[in-house]
Design a protein around this ligand. Structure first.
Ligand code: SF4
Length: 253
């Protein structure tokens, strides 16, 4: 090693480039889930809504068999609206939180009776339906209709707070985290962006051991980075540089 010089690379401002980096990663790494459409294709709002309601307070793994059974039995919102409530509740058994199943059925009926079987195409319209809160309204608006809405749940709050090194404690910070998340949402591919944030929170920027080295935002955008997520050998300069914000220095040999 002849000489060592270091230069700091500034973080790039969060915004369209952040979204572009995340979408590139999503195109390569996205989870293959039964309610997701093929790349570039819009998904039936009924499927998006059904999956989002089922996923509240429940894991993806637990939801998949229920989702597939529901879809097989009631393939459209009209079919679900026409079902007997007791049949819906019995098909839901095992997913917990039965109020969700009751609201699911009420919502299907409202879509059919008040909207001609079509889900409203706005966040506000979706949010006015039974059982649809702000997160689900934003998720359905973005994923099913491509509206630049920003669903923010606990996972996305965690990603955003790390990305911006946001220190204010919850719950007071919720409004600001929502604003920061919205500032990243692109006008195009808003649904993919929402799902990319969901995937990042579920698979990379996890609560206890985020895999920062695997993260598409670590190098240029994240103001946190977590050394604890790496299997670092103590004393290794290279490892240290890779796992901390000091990785923003280049070592020139
Ligand atoms: S670099 Fe680490 S902390 Fe930052 S967003 Fe990615 S996984 Fe999360």
């Amino acid at each position: 090693m002849k000489a060592v010089a270091r230069r700091q690379l500034p973080l790039r401002p969060a915004g369209p480039d952040t979204a572009a980096a995340l979408l590139d990663w999503y195109d390569r790494e996205r989870r293959d889930l039964p309610w997701r459409g093929k790349r570039g294709k819009r998904v039936d709002p009924y499927r998006v809504w059904l999956s989002e309601i089922m996923l509240q307070q429940t894991t993806v793994k637990a939801v998949i068999p229920f989702y597939e059974r529901f879809l097989q039995r009631w393939p459209t919102v009209d079919a679900l609206a026409a079902a007997d409530t007791e049949d819906v509740l019995s098909a839901w058994a095992g997913l917990g939180y039965y109020s969700r199943a009751r609201n699911l059925h009420k919502c299907a009926k409202a879509v059919v009776s008040e909207h001609g079987g079509q889900f409203p195409r706005t966040e506000e319209g979706l949010g006015a339906l039974p059982g649809i809160g702000p997160y689900t309204a934003a998720a359905v608006a973005a994923i099913a209709f491509g509206i630049p809405a920003t669903p923010v749940d606990g996972n996305i709050e965690r990603v955003v707070s790390r990305l911006f090194a946001f220190k204010q404690p919850l719950p007071g910070a919720k409004r600001e985290l929502k604003r920061l998340a919205a500032s990243l949402t692109p006008q195009r591919r808003a649904g993919d962006f929402a799902q990319a944030m969901m995937d990042l929170g579920a698979t990379v920027c996890t609560p206890k051991r985020p895999s920062c080295l695997m993260c598409p935002l670590q190098q240029d955008f994240c103001r946190t980075g977590f050394p604890a997520s790496m299997d670092a050998r103590p004393g290794s300069v290279l490892t240290y540089c890779l796992i901390t914000r000091l990785c923003r220095y280049h070592v020139i040999l």
